[in-house]
Write a protein that binds this ligand. Structure first.
Ligand SMILES: NC(=O)c1ccc[n+]([C@@H]2O[C@H](COP(=O)([O-])OP(=O)(O)OC[C@H]3O[C@@H](n4cnc5c(N)ncnc54)[C@H](OP(=O)(O)O)[C@@H]3O)[C@@H](O)[C@H]2O)c1
Length: 250
């Protein structure tokens, strides 16, 4: 069985890659930076004693998504599980940030997810088996002032995953949205934010999902604390989150 994990050169994607390799699955890795991807791949091949197929691609670019799909296909690999993990975020006053940042975020967090589903779901439906896991966030469950486009992009991922799961289930194919809360990765440095309290490590977030990957639930929220916070109504959570984001954003 082969698993394609986008954004697998670090953070949650890399921790997920380790989970699958540990259990003897074949993993296809992809990220933009070819040097880091190749270094990580070599280390994993040594650690787990297996060959890993890796393709560097910028998933904000439609032609690169297609190239990724073709390279995997030409290598004779069948993707049984697709994990749309690559994602970016950034904090700031919405109208003061560079609009190109928003466009890139939407292309990666939403458009690439939809595009890769278009590429892999028809094959899975035909085989009557397969799983798509889209990495969303607990940010999906309420608007996020000072990180507006990121939270909105993750709401899209949850809604889209639930709907497509409904369509695909009769054909034996599952689509899951996985929603971690804060996870200690380079994401915060890159998004000019600070890691909030009550975070998980990337390994904890990956292992939580890995243990539940066969669950029939279309939305999986990581950990007890995030499941409790989920119950608080959005209008109550939003001003608290806004204050936190405003304070943590640099
Ligand atoms: N960290 C958190 O607190 C948190 C919480 C909830 C949800 N999430 C979600 O979890 C996912 C992983 O986040 P993370 O924290 O692990 O992030 P991360 O540590 O920043 O890793 C991001 C990965 O995505 C790749 N990537 C970035 N831009 C890309 C692009 N344009 N095309 C292809 N690959 C790209 C990166 O490699 P390259 O830079 O080489 O491309 C890297 O492998 C994201 O969807 C994120 O929104 C994160």
């Amino acid at each position: 069985m082969s698993v394609l994990i986008t954004g697998s050169s670090e953070g949650i994607g890399l921790a997920l890659t380790r989970e699958y390799l540990r259990d003897g699955h074949h993993v296809v890795m992809t990220a933009r930076d070819p040097i880091r991807l190749s270094l990580v791949r070599e280390e994993l091949e040594k650690t787990y004693g297996t060959k890993i197929f890796a393709v560097s691609a910028d998933l904000t670019v439609p032609e690169e998504r297609r190239k990724l799909y073709e390279e995997i296909k030409n290598a004779g690999i069948t993707v049984d599980t697709l994990i749309n993990n690559a994602g970016i975020g950034f904090a700031g006053v919405s109208w003061e940030t560079d609009p190109e940042n928003d466009r890139r975020l939407i292309r990666l967090n939403d458009e690439a997810v939809v595009d890769l589903c278009h590429m892999y779901l028809p094959e899975m439906i035909e085989r009557r088996s397969g799983t798509v896991i889209n990495i969303a966030s607990t940010g999906a469950f309420q608007p996020g002032p000072y990180i507006a486009s990121y939270y909105a992009s993750k709401s899209f991922v949850v809604s889209y995953s639930q709907a497509v799961n409904y369509e695909a289930r009769p054909f034996g194919v599952r689509v899951i949205a996985y929603c971690p809360g804060p996870v200690d990765t380079a994401f915060y440095d890159k998004s000019k934010g600070k890691l909030p309290p009550l975070y998980m490590t990337a390994e904890e977030a990956a292992s939580y999902l890995y243990r539940r990957r066969n669950s029939s639930r279309p939305v999986i929220i990581a950990g007890i604390i995030n499941n409790i916070l989920r119950i608080i109504p959005a209008p109550l959570k939003m001003p608290i989150l806004a204050q936190l984001k405003k304070r943590s954003w640099r």
